[in-house]
Ligand binder design. Structure first.
Ligand SMILES: [Ca+2]
Length: 272
């Protein structure tokens, strides 16, 4: 047998593997949907506003979490990117570190006393002491950087696709990834993230809905429709969209805001 007649071996690259998983998941969901006579998307939950707090209308919110009475925010845009610790009631900034003007700040999270910050397309993240904001190091990753949160072991990162990446917080190697999907297929443009009571909650770029995601399967288990939340003083900037979820686990308080929004809302999720 000549060499050309031998078996064809395919070397699977991560990109090919990811594409194959998307195809398989999409096909199985479409098949399941047609077998079941057209699966429906879960109906959206609503919300009730509990409190309204001031928010810097110049802050292009890309990351948000709650830490011991303070909101911690990561802002984006070139020349305007920062991390800041904010007094919830007054929006007074008590700590701030700016990024150099060639870097566009993205998601932030606190894990093990360290604050991790992504940047958009520079493939570089930064590490700070979560209390003092002193710079402790940096790390790199191959994708774009969008949202960031963590579970009890890993950093969880979005990159604008339908994937969530689980990264080791020391080595930054990828432990696993999940494809976020519902009965109609993958959902991309996942943005700011928050780990809440065993679920990952995600903003979706330019959408008024927050997704609730099963971190093991990537399956969307619920959606919260926040349209109408910012009825007054909406930003004129078309990029002034809902982005930013922070959870106070001790007080069971949920905060949401948006890029360039003048307010942070404490909300309670209501049944459909
Ligand atoms: Ca968050």
């Amino acid at each position: 047998m000549s060499k050309s007649e031998g078996p064809i071996l395919v070397r699977w690259t991560p990109t090919m593997l990811s594409f194959a998983i998307i195809v398989v998941v999409t096909c199985s969901l479409v098949l399941q949907s047609s077998v079941l006579g057209g699966a429906q998307r879960a109906s959206s939950k609503g919300y009730e506003v509990i409190n309204v707090y001031p928010h810097d209308p110049e802050a292009f919110t890309q990351g948000l979490y709650f830490d011991n009475g303070f909101l911690v925010e990561g802002t984006g845009r070139y020349g305007r990117s920062s991390i800041r610790k904010i007094e919830l009631e007054t929006s007074r900034i008590v700590e701030q570190v700016d990024l150099p003007s060639w870097l566009f700040g993205e998601g932030i999270t606190e894990f093990g006393g360290l604050l991790y910050q992504l940047t958009w397309v520079a493939h570089t993240g930064f590490i700070y002491d979560a209390d003092t904001f002193e710079r402790r190091g940096q790390f790199s990753y191959n994708t774009e950087g969008w949202g960031l949160t963590h579970d009890d072991r890993h950093l969880v990162m979005s990159d604008g696709s339908a994937w969530l990446y689980f990264l080791d917080p020391q080595s930054f190697t990828e432990a696993r990834r999940v494809l976020v999907h519902d009965s109609l297929g993958p959902i991309d443009q996942l943005n700011e993230l928050e780990f809440i009571n065993g679920e990952i909650w995600a903003n979706v770029w330019h959408q008024d809905e927050i997704l609730q995601i099963d971190p093991m399967s990537g399956s969307v288990t619920g959606r919260i429709n926040l349209s109408g939340l910012l009825t007054q003083d909406s930003p004129i900037d078309p990029e002034g969209v809902l982005n930013g979820i922070a959870y106070d686990a001790e007080g069971d308080r949920l905060f949401v805001t948006g890029k360039l929004w003048p307010s942070v809302f404490e909300i309670r999720v209501t049944d459909p």
